[in-house]
Design a binder for this molecule. Structure first.
Ligand code: ATP
Ligand code: MG
Length: 254
């Protein structure tokens, strides 16, 4: 009898695990249920795209996953840590050390240089970033010659690449990006996304990205579609045609 034939390695812990996650917002004299019980596991090192109509809860989902917002119910585990059990400084420190976030609006500090913006997490208490890795991260996003510039001297695409470099510099396990190229022209957007995907893959990071663009989602390992407060569809190894088909189906059933 052979044991080796049936041996399967234990599954890696999920990078992100939602169990029964709900999120409601007060709206006048009633509440709006935006997430209505989300159960999902996102594999370590994978690239997942989140899609859905405007207002379907994509940013809410991402903010709950990244500890920027607190669910009304359920639990969010990131690398095995229950975010809903962390408060205040402990949550801030966990986010700083383990999570990266890229916003649509870059969120760079205007009076700090590119290099200083990338080092910002260390000013907030993250461990020092070795000088060689600082240089490498700038090179990965193609901005080696812009280290001493101020954000106001950069194009939108360059500014977003600084934000990506900052999200990667501390080598967080998971990088969340909420429509990171929404403010860029299509050509620049494609380049910036390519930088984000390649660098995340190079560092071995899990990438969770909100996008409205089917061609962007088609390069993900998996696409989650939000509708009606739940994951209405879950596509693995998607292609653009299938993604568009699901999107049009979702808009019909809404
Ligand atoms: N802080 C808040 N207070 C009250 N309502 C909120 C808050 N944040 C989000 N909402 C509501 O939750 C719903 C989902 O918002 P969310 O921003 O998650 O949608 P989205 O899918 O990211 O949309 P978009 O594609 O337009 O960015 C919306 O109806 C929105 O008005
Ligand atoms: Mg949004």
């Amino acid at each position: 009898m052979s044991f080796t034939a049936s041996y399967a390695p234990p599954p890696a812990p999920a990078a992100v695990r939602f169990t029964g996650v709900r999120k409601s917002f007060p709206d006048g004299d009633h509440v709006v249920d935006v997430l209505r019980g989300i159960d999902v596991s996102i594999a370590q090192g994978s690239f997942t795209a989140i899609m859905g109509a405007s207002g379907s809860g994509k940013s809410t989902f991402l903010n709950c996953a990244a500890g920027l917002d607190t669910p009304s119910g359920g639990s969010v585990l990131v690398g095995g840590q229950d975010l809903t059990a962390l408060r205040g400084d402990a949550l801030t420190a966990f986010r700083r050390d383990h999570l990266g976030f890229v916003f649509q609006s870059y969120n760079l500090l205007p009076h700090l240089t590119v290099a200083e913006n990338i080092l910002l997490p260390t000013l907030l208490g993250a461990p020092p970033i070795p000088a060689a890795w600082q240089r490498e991260v700038l090179a990965l996003v193609g901005l080696s010659d812009k280290a001493q510039r101020l954000p106001g001297e950069l194009s939108g695409g360059q500014a977003q690449r600084v934000a990506i470099a900052r999200a990667l510099a501390t080598k967080p396990a998971v990088v969340f990006a909420d429509e990171p190229t929404g403010a860029l022209d299509p050509h620049t957007a494609a380049h910036v996304l390519d930088v984000l995907r390649r660098t995340a893959a190079q560092v071995g990071q899990t990438l969770v990205l909100v996008t409205h663009d089917a061609s962007v989602a088609a390069s993900a390992d998996r696409v989650l579609f939000l509708s009606g407060g739940v994951i209405a569809s879950d596509l693995h190894r998607p292609d653009a045609a299938h993604i568009n088909q699901r999107l049009s189906h979702l808009s019909e059933v809404r």
